[in-house]
Ligand binder design. Structure first.
Ligand code: FES
Ligand code: FES
Length: 141
């Protein structure tokens, strides 16, 4: 059945057909990269966003996760949820929402935490790059 081995069907679905697997060029000024690891298990997640500088909207997202099924499913869900959202909304996505959506058991909560951390890290990276550009253009003018 769909709940074999305790995994919710959505986990299995996202694990078997992960959405938005891939990479963007991290040097693209519109790209933010978040790379995070879970110390407990050593799993690693890279999540990237592409942001429209004018509107602050995430136009695209992708990820690569070297980790367990729940971490892959969490990053897949995260990549779907952040696409099309403004970055100020993206950062309010909570790991508990992802965990609930996937019905993750308590021992797998840190897998969804990885996704929340990766989103925040990607937004931060984008914003730091943007601030640097703005500083440079100010000092140039
Ligand atoms: Fe994909 Fe819900 S099943 S985001
Ligand atoms: Fe560590 Fe899932 S077991 S990320």
């Amino acid at each position: 059945n769909n709940h074999s081995r305790g995994y919710h069907e959505r986990v299995v679905d996202h694990y078997n057909n992960p959405r938005n697997v891939g990479s963007f060029n991290k040097n693209d000024p519109n790209v933010g990269t978040g790379l995070v690891g879970a110390p407990a298990c050593g799993d690693v997640m890279k999540l990237q966003i592409k942001v429209d500088e004018e509107t602050g909207q995430v136009t695209d997202a992708c990820f690569k996760t070297f980790g367990c099924g729940s971490a892959i499913a969490s990053s897949s869900v995260a990549s779907e949820w952040i696409k099309g959202k403004k970055i100020e909304h993206v950062i309010s996505i909570k790991n508990s929402d992802i965990a609930k959506h996937l019905s993750l058991p308590p021992v797998k909560l840190h897998c969804s935490m990885l996704a929340e951390d990766a989103i925040k890290a990607a937004v931060k990276d984008y914003e730091v790059k943007k601030a640097k550009r703005e500083q440079n253009s100010e000092s140039a003018s």
